[in-house]
Design a binder for this molecule. Structure first.
Ligand code: ZN
Length: 405
C-alpha cells in the first residue's frame, strides 16, 4: 500500500507544487518575518533576577563574542537582548553566517525566548557576501524557487540550530512548554484614525502581556487570514478595529466560534446596523444593534455589574474609564437571557456629549453572550483607552479568560 502511494506521488509530482513543501523545515513566521518564539516554565525557586543571570550566562556560553545586554526599565532588569550568530555548512565548502536578534523575557513563571531579524551571509568558494534579510531567500524557497542548492541545507541548518539553542537554554531555565494559547489579532489601518491608534496601542499592550504570561499573539491587517485553515492555529480571535470584509471571512468566523473558538471584540468591531446584513452576527452580539453614540469622545463613569466574574474581578464597583466614544444599543443586549452584562455606562454621565449627546437609557459597555466564548468591550476609540491602570486589569483579565482552555 505504502509503495503504491509513493509511486502515485512520484508520478504526480511534476504537477504538485506542494511536493516540496513536505520537506520544508517548519520555520515559523510572524507578520511576514521569520520569528521563533518558545516558552520555558521557569524552574521552581528561580527568581526573576536569577532567570536574567542564567539567561545572560547561557547567552555568553552559546555566543562567546557576541554583544548582549540585560535591559532594565526600573530597578530590576526586565529582559536579556543580544545578537546571536552561528555558521551553517551547506554544499562543497560553502558556508553561511546566520545573524539574528535573541531576546529572553522573564514573566510570571514563564520565560519567553525569541529569535527574529535573521540575516544570512554566504561565504561561497571563499567569496564573502553581505548580510541580507533571510526572508527574501526564504520566500522564494518555500514557494518552490530555491536560489541555489545551498538553500535546503541553509534552512534546515537554521531550524536545527535554533532548536539546539532552545534545548540548551532549557537546562539553564526550566522546561520548554507550549504556549498557554494562541491568539490572532486582526486590525485595519485604512479606517478611522482614532480606531487605528487604538489598534496599535492594544497590540503593544497585549504583546507585553503575552511575554509576561506565556501566550502567543499574532497580529495582522490581512483579513483573509480569517480562513478555516489558518484559524486552526488559534484558540482566540481578536478584532481590534474592524470586522470581516466578505462572506467567506464571515463564514470562517462563524465556523470557528461554532466549534469552540473564542472572540474578543473592541468598539467598532461590534458595530452593526440595517446595512450589515449579517443576522448571525447580531445574534452573536446578543441581539445588540448600534443605536447612538456620544461626540466628542469623553471619559465616563462605569458601573461594574459583577465583581466576581473572571473578566471584572479586579475592577472596583465603579470607576472612571478614559476618553472613549460610547455606543448605545437597540435592542439592548441586556434583554437577552443569554447575555451577561459585566460593565454598564452610569446614568450619572448623562447628558454625555456635545455634538452627539446620549441623554438616557441603559447602556451595557462590556458583555458576553454565554452561548459563545465571546466578550465584547465598547472601549477602543482613540489613544487613551489603555492609560487607566484600573481598567487595564480588565483588558488583561479578558484575554486570559478567553484564552483559557
Ligand atoms: Zn469610534
Amino acid at each position: 500500500m505504502l509503495k503504491k502511494l509513493l509511486f502515485a506521488t512520484l508520478i504526480s509530482m511534476p504537477f504538485i507544487v506542494s511536493a516540496q513543501e513536505n520537506t520544508l523545515p517548519p520555520i515559523p513566521m510572524r507578520e511576514h518575518i521569520v520569528y521563533y518564539e518558545k516558552f520555558y516554565h521557569i524552574k521552581a525557586g528561580l527568581s526573576k533576577q536569577q532567570v536574567i543571570i542564567n539567561a545572560m550566562q547561557w547567552f555568553k556560553e552559546a555566543f562567546p563574542n557576541q554583544p548582549v545586554a540585560a535591559l532594565s526599565k526600573s530597578e530590576q532588569p526586565s529582559a536579556v537582548n543580544g545578537t546571536g550568530l552561528f555558521k551553517v555548512n551547506t554544499t562543497a565548502g560553502n558556508y553561511y553566517w546566520l545573524r539574528f536578534k535573541v531576546s529572553m523575557i522573564p514573566g510570571d513563571g514563564v520565560l519567553t525566548f525569541r529569535i527574529y531579524n535573521v540575516y544570512e551571509k554566504p561565504i561561497e568558494k571563499g567569496i564573502t557576501n553581505e548580510f541580507s534579510k533571510i526572508e527574501y531567500r526564504w520566500w522564494d524557497y518555500r514557494n518552490g524557487h530555491p536560489w541555489s542548492a545551498d538553500d535546503k541545507p541553509l534552512f534546515n541548518g537554521l531550524d536545527s540550530g535554533v532548536n539546539a539553542l532552545s534545548i540548551s537554554l532549557e537546562k539553564k531555565i526550566g522546561k520548554l512548554q507550549a504556549p498557554r494559547f494562541r491568539a490572532l489579532a486582526l486590525y485595519s489601518t485604512n479606517v478611522e484614525a482614532d480606531h487605528v491608534d487604538f489598534a496599535y496601542d492594544a497590540i503593544k499592550f497585549y504583546n507585553k502581556l503575552a511575554a509576561k504570561k506565556g501566550f502567543v499573539i499574532d497580529t495582522t491587517s490581512n483579513w483573509e487570514k480569517l480562513n478555516d485553515d489558518n484559524l486552526k492555529n488559534y484558540q482566540l480571535v481578536i478584532w481590534l478595529n474592524e470586522f470581516p470584509h466578505n462572506e467567506a471571512e464571515r463564514r470562517s468566523f462563524e465556523k470557528f466560534m461554532g466549534s469552540g473558538g473564542a472572540w474578543l471584540g473592541f468598539h467598532v468591531s461590534g458595530y452593526n446596523d440595517k446595512d450589515t446584513h449579517w443576522p448571525w452576527f447580531v445574534d452573536f452580539m446578543g441581539g445588540a444593534v448600534f443605536y447612538n453614540n456620544n461626540w466628542p469622545p469623553l471619559p465616563a463613569k462605569m458601573i461594574v455589574d459583577d465583581n466576581k466574574h473572571p473578566v471584572t474581578k479586579d475592577l472596583p464597583k465603579t470607576y472612571t474609564a478614559p476618553i472613549n466614544e460610547w455606543y448605545g444599543w437597540k435592542p439592548n443586549p441586556r434583554d437577552n437571557k443569554d447575555v451577561k452584562v459585566l460593565v454598564t455606562l452610569a446614568t450619572s454621565n448623562y447628558p454625555l456629549g456635545k455634538k452627539d449627546v446620549i441623554r438616557e437609557g441603559d447602556i451595557p459597555v462590556v458583555w458576553t453572550n454565554t452561548k459563545y466564548k465571546m466578550l465584547y468591550m465598547n472601549m477602543g476609540h482613540g489613544d487613551m483607552n489603555l492609560t487607566s491602570v484600573v481598567q487595564n486589569k480588565m483588558f488583561e483579565d479578558a484575554i486570559l479568560w478567553l484564552g483559557k482552555k
